[in-house]
Design a protein. Structure first.
Ligand SMILES: [Zn+2]
Length: 475
């Protein structure tokens, strides 16, 4: 048994329904076999379990592991292409890279990069758009299992309006998906998700086969894109002959409690009503929406209809893997919506990045907060002394103010450690990086950054220090 002593902040109760941020300044979490078996004041828990191995997370704050509800495995290397709307970006940037991943050696390398990037950003659970190629999806599941990542993913399918090499057939789509599910669904922390790219690139026949696969693979998840971009929406409406984009999926039994739709920026009330009725979820991807100029997400209408909204980074249209950055961007976009914007606090952002994602993925009984009974999926935010974040936290007016500074300022460099099921994973992710200098043009870039050099000290059990006592998270 391991006893973690930390300042713990989480959102067991939904702030959108009146729940408050939970902050325990000196909490103890007793972890056994990856599960939090007891949570209490540290002193109480220590006296009850003097034999437990003690890990003191002396400064900073412990948060639940982040849950990414929408991210694309093959797009690691196309992040940052600016200046294009969705359909042009797909054609010029994303789909050529997605075609390259047909080569299995290439796919394995990118899978390693992808999983390392997720865990290094503090993401411990993800709903991942896989690849159009079954061997690449297999490589992704292997990489995720190697890092311990909690992953739900599947074969991406389409049979029109993509590059020809990305097209499949209804029969092949079913067969390959079924085989991948047989290999990975329910194995370790992996689950299968039926994943048509979007209704624009899928015939009705292909979506019917997706519905069949979703029914046949018991407990499978379903994910796709919905109402992201106005040109996309207009084309889907023209091709399907309906103004109800969601119905393209719904008519095949693909809208339910185990469905997560990315974006939904341009949704009708009819669709929102149906999403709520079906208890389907939406993954909001704000940096992607801004980068592609897709639109300003109507969070108010989703909340009014009772639709669950989680967060996704949507790499590679999104601008990175950090869900903390997506939280900040969610806040900023809602501010820009003026009277239609939802005023968000740091508690809302944390909830969207953790518990809401867990709920969207049907994992809320296991993860999403750090209560007793949950798996120990956690991230330790521990900025180095003297950084703007550390100074901000030290001078903050309390835990919620300090958490807001985390959303405003924290990067992967500020993560001291990441645990999934009680096992540290961040060090492993960093070790996978090459330390050799890599020439880029006239520059020499070292792949390992300062965070990698800090890894050794991160691994050691640290003595408690009282670096700052101004009432913030730092102690
Ligand atoms: Zn996407």
């Amino acid at each position: 048994m391991t006893l973690y002593r930390a300042q713990v902040v989480d959102t067991p109760d939904d702030p959108f329904r009146g729940g408050a941020l939970r902050c325990d300044g000196d909490a103890g979490l007793l972890v056994e076999d990856g599960r939090i078996v007891e949570r209490d004041a540290f002193a109480t828990l220590r006296s009850r379990h003097p034999e437990a191995q003690l890990v003191e997370l002396s400064d900073g704050v412990l948060l639940p592991g982040l849950v990414d509800a929408h991210v694309h495995f093959p797009q690691v290397r196309v992040i940052g292409a600016l200046g294009m709307p969705l359909l042009e970006w797909l054609e010029r940037c994303a789909l050529p890279e997605e075609a390259r991943i047909a080569e299995i050696d290439y796919a394995r390398v990118v899978a390693g990069e992808f999983v390392s990037a997720l865990t290094s950003a503090g993401t411990t659970t993800a709903l991942v758009f896989g690849s159009h190629f079954a061997p690449a999806v297999d490589a992704l599941f292997q990489a995720a299992a190697g890092h311990g990542l909690r992953i739900t993913s599947g074969l991406v399918v389409g049979d029109r309006m993509l590059r020809p090499e990305l097209h499949t057939s209804a029969e092949r789509s079913y067969d390959e998906g079924r085989e991948l599910a047989r290999r990975w669904h329910g194995v370790g922390r992996s689950r299968y998700a039926v994943t048509p790219r979007f209704a624009l690139s899928c015939s009705d026949e292909l979506l019917a086969s997706c519905g069949e696969l979703h029914r046949d693979v018991v407990g499978s998840w379903f994910t796709s894109h919905l109402n992201e971009n106005l040109d996309e929406v207009a084309t889907v409406r023209r091709l399907s002959g309906t103004t109800n984009y969601l119905d393209c999926y719904d008519r095949h039994g693909l809208v339910g409690r185990q469905s997560v739709f990315a974006h939904n920026v341009h949704s009708t009330d009819t669709e929102l009503t149906r999403l709520a009725e079906a208890q389907a979820s939406v993954a909001h991807c704000p940096t992607s929406n801004a980068a592609l100029g897709s639109g300003m997400f109507p969070l108010n209408r989703h909340l009014a209809h009772g639709v669950l909204v989680a967060l996704g980074c949507d790499v590679g249209a999104g601008t990175g893997f950090s869900l903390l950055k997506e939280g900040l961007q969610t806040y900023l976009l809602q501010r820009l919506r003026g009277a239609d914007g939802v005023p968000l606090t740091a508690a809302h952002l944390l909830h969207m990045a953790t518990a809401a994602g867990a709920q969207a993925l049907g994992l809320r009984d296991q993860i999403g907060d750090l209560s007793a009974g949950r798996r120990f999926d956690a991230i330790w935010i521990r900025p180095r002394p003297g950084t703007v974040l550390e100074i901000g936290i030290r001078h903050s007016n309390g835990p919620e103010d300090a958490l807001a500074k985390v959303f405003a300022l924290a990067t992967a460099d500020d993560l001291g450690q990441v645990w999934i099921d009680g096992a540290p994973v961040r060090a492993k992710a960093i070790d996978a990086r090459t330390l050799r200098p890599r020439p880029v043009g006239n520059l020499t870039i070292f792949a390992a950054n300062k965070a990698a050099q800090r890894t050794d000290s991160d691994e050691r059990t640290r003595h408690r220090s009282r670096a700052g006592t101004d009432g913030g998270m730092s102690r």
